[in-house]
Ligand binder design. Structure first.
Ligand SMILES: [Zn+2]
Length: 138
């Protein structure tokens, strides 16, 4: 079971994440601040500027290569981090008649990469439900 901790900035719950996911999303120059012995948590608040934290240190949203989808509502934010499909691209595809995830992926003409969610997604989980949510939202 995932361990939950409290964000030192906003006191919202943080969910423990795989260190691989953290290493893949932190900017190169900040990577030396990752302590491999620590447990890291992702802050679940959409409003908080802390992205990840441990007992020892914190990372902000600016320390990341890609924004976390629920902390940034911009159109250039990835929804599927494996394929690097953005919110804007998904919405555009739906406007053009795409009805399924498959349709959207074909429409985007991006190289389809799957099964990397554990290390690519900011929370280490499959993007499927967020993808479907984004399609419905328009
Ligand atoms: Zn927070």
């Amino acid at each position: 079971m995932k361990i939950i901790d409290i964000c030192p900035e906003c006191a919202c719950p943080g969910v423990e994440i795989n260190i691989n996911a953290l290493e893949n999303i932190i900017k190169k120059e900040k990577k030396e601040n990752i302590s491999l012995e620590s447990h890291y948590f992702i802050c679940t608040s959409p409003l908080c500027n802390i992205s990840y934290f441990s007992n020892e240190n914190t990372f902000t949203n600016n320390d990341l290569i890609h924004p976390i989808w629920y902390k940034d509502d911009g159109m250039n934010v990835p929804i599927c981090y494996c394929t690097n499909l953005t919110r804007g691209e998904i919405i555009e595809a739906v406007k053009n008649g795409c009805k399924t995830i498959d349709d959207v992926q074909k429409f985007s003409k991006k190289k389809i990469i799957t099964g990397k969610c554990e290390s690519k997604n900011p929370i280490g989980k499959c993007c499927r439900n967020v993808f479907l949510y984004t399609m419905k939202k328009k």
